[in-house]
Design a protein around this ligand. Structure first.
Ligand code: 13P
Length: 294
């Protein structure tokens, strides 16, 4: 089923679990993500950022392909613009057929963030898409932004922000950051702040920087109210490592076989993560009516 993020995230909110949002730039990744979701009976969100769209994953080609794959399975699949900043990208993906957008104006002032998010939420809703926003700022792990509490989300501001913008879910900054942390470093998350945010907002909350945050942290974040977890770096690393090993073992390996090995590794990673955040076995269907992707 090809759907927006809205209902699946309220289902996760009502039942206290989280849905993965995984960055994707090609068919192999989309296939691994959607097959994993189907096999785990889990909802899933496919993300792509403006940088990824520019570098490799043309949204005009990915959107119809993902929609086609999603319509062959019995679990909810959303396609979301990750960290949309400008109106050109937002309107472009709406025209392409994305089911969701994120407007990230978290680098602007509180007032400007409200202004920009409200406009995008209105446009998204008018076109049947859900809208994610960010308040506070989830920065870059390599810059140690995760430790900068000035960037963390303020719960009182968050209430005003959601009331005024009408966003469907909110990305909060509580101590994670994007990308790889230094070796053996595990971030310290502000769970007390997260609990207050959940109690105040009573709506789906989003955690960015789901790579390298540590299983215990991720599990506790879900217990405290996170319903969508963005994962990119670790997902890409798994595929890259699998390809490197396959090529090392057999430098003459067929190109298609390398891709298929990567796909299998990506599926293993996704399925484990889905079980960690409790999104598995949330959707039930008769096995004999499943339409396989291949
Ligand atoms: P990671 O690359 O740290 O997993 O972050 C992904 C993310 O938050 C995308 O929005």
């Amino acid at each position: 089923m090809y759907v927006s993020m809205k209902d699946m995230l309220w289902h996760a909110h009502d039942n206290n679990y989280a849905v993965m949002a995984i960055n994707c730039v090609n068919m192999e990744q989309a296939k691994a993500i959607i097959e994993s979701a189907q096999e785990e009976h889990s909802a899933v969100i496919i993300n792509i950022s403006p940088r990824q769209m520019k570098a490799h994953g043309y949204p005009e080609i990915l959107a119809p392909m993902i929609k086609n794959m999603a319509e062959r399975v019995n679990v909810p699949v959303a396609f979301n613009l990750d960290h949309g900043v400008n109106y050109e990208d937002i309107t472009r993906v709406i025209h392409c057929g994305f089911s969701s957008v994120m407007i990230d104006s978290s680098s602007f002032s509180f007032e400007e963030n409200i202004k920009r998010t409200s406009v995008v939420a209105r446009i998204a809703h008018a076109n049947g898409l859900s809208c994610e926003a960010e308040l506070g700022h989830v920065g870059i792990a390599a810059q140690e932004d995760n430790k900068n509490q000035d960037l963390y989300t303020n719960p009182e501001q968050a209430k005003e922000f959601v009331d005024k913008t009408q966003c469907d879910c909110l990305a909060v900054a509580i101590g994670t950051a994007h990308g790889s942390y230094p070796k053996d470093f595990v971030p310290k998350l502000d769970f007390d702040r997260l609990k207050v945010l959940k109690e105040t907002l009573k709506m789906p909350l989003v955690l960015h920087g789901g790579s390298g945050a540590g299983d215990e942290n991720i599990k506790k974040a879900v217990e405290c109210g996170i319903n969508k977890i963005n994962v990119c770096t670790d997902f890409f690393k798994h595929a890259q490592n699998a390809m490197a090993i396959a090529l090392k073992e057999n430098p003459n390996i067929d190109y298609m076989d390398v891709n298929m090995i990567a796909e299998d590794e990506m599926k293993k990673f996704i399925k484990n993560y889905m079980r960690l955040i409790g999104s598995d076995h949330r959707y039930y269907f008769e096995e004999n009516v499943v339409i396989e992707l291949d």
